[in-house]
Design a binder for this molecule. Structure first.
Ligand SMILES: Nc1nc2c(c(=O)[nH]1)N[C@H]1C(S)=C(S)[C@@H](COP(=O)(O)O)O[C@H]1N2
Ligand SMILES: [Mo]
Length: 269
């Protein structure tokens, strides 16, 4: 059967992603003893729309195999990568962002809004004064590389408990400062996760990396770590967090910058 045409780097990335995703899916499916049935569906390159269902299967099976609150592996300090790759945007080409950066983010405020009882605007000092969590984890990019880093930040769940989600809040959306590649999309980078991941103990908004304030390269002043998912979920340069009942009205409607271009919304690993 014919493969879809590869006319720019985007479908190629999609294919990479699908390949990586499949391997992991197959592992999870095998673990759950479901390989034979689901495997056929996953492997049929024609069944494009089935991939959406496969995404649901991945999520369900990951939960069956690992339980809803299972932790991603954490590593000893000796395993920290000497050079952590920077990927995607590494210096946002945005005037407002550059102004904030030139003043060491003293005027930056994390805007928390949407379906919450108590909208808030928090400074870096506010965030640093809150209880924190530190974790050494492996970052897996869909492009096929991994790096281990140490992250310190505020558990997202703590912030959401303070903000108090209103009825109907189902997803947390992260709005970023950067436009990644205007030839692919004019949208600013954004991401979204469900409440299970939002309240997961390892889901943090990180302001330190490897015991230093987060660098611009890696998402200063604040980036998401959602450790059971792939790298593209880990929004850098976060400006605003919004609780929503649906993300259909945001960006291209698929829940994230790369999702709008065809990546899976649930990028479980
Ligand atoms: N705002 C923003 N967040 C982003 C990206 C981006 O381009 N812009 N790239 C994503 C991808 S694909 C990866 S692998 C990681 C890279 O993070 P790093 O630069 O710290 O390695 O950030 C993710 N978050
Ligand atoms: Mo990535």
């Amino acid at each position: 059967m014919e493969q879809p045409a590869v006319d720019d780097h985007r479908p190629l990335r999609d294919q990479n992603e699908r390949r990586t995703g499949m391997k992991r899916r197959q592992l999870l499916l095998a673990g759950a003893g479901l390989l034979s049935g689901c495997d056929k569906v996953v492997q049929d390159p024609q069944v494009r729309t089935t991939l959406a269902h496969t995404e649901d299967i991945t999520r369900t099976v990951q939960r069956l195999v690992t339980g809803p609150a299972s932790l991603a592996p954490e590593y000893p300090a000796a395993d920290i990568s000497p050079a952590f790759k920077g990927n995607g945007t590494v210096d946002p080409d945005d005037d407002d962002y550059q102004d904030l950066a030139s003043n060491h983010f003293k005027d930056w405020r994390l805007d928390i809004g949407g379906l919450v009882e108590h909208p808030a605007k928090l400074s870096l000092d506010d965030l640093r004064a809150m209880p924190s969590r530190t974790q050494i984890t492996r970052h897996d990019c869909v492009e096929g590389w991994s790096c281990i880093g140490k992250w310190k930040g505020v558990p997202l769940g703590t912030l959401l408990q303070q903000a108090v989600l209103r009825q109907g809040a189902t997803y947390i959306v992260f709005h970023c400062a950067d436009r990644l590649d205007e030839s692919l999309s004019s949208e600013k980078y954004y991401e979204s996760i469900g409440l299970e991941d939002a309240f997961h103990p390892q889901t943090i908004l990180a302001y330190d990396m490897n015991d230093q304030p987060l660098s611009v390269r890696h998402g200063a002043p604040l980036r998401l770590r959602v450790e059971r998912q792939l790298g593209y979920k880990m929004a850098k340069y976060i400006m605003r967090i919004e609780a929503v009942s649906s993300f259909r009205h945001i960006g291209g409607g698929k829940g994230g910058y790369w999702e709008d271009l065809g990546y899976a919304w649930y990028a479980g690993i």
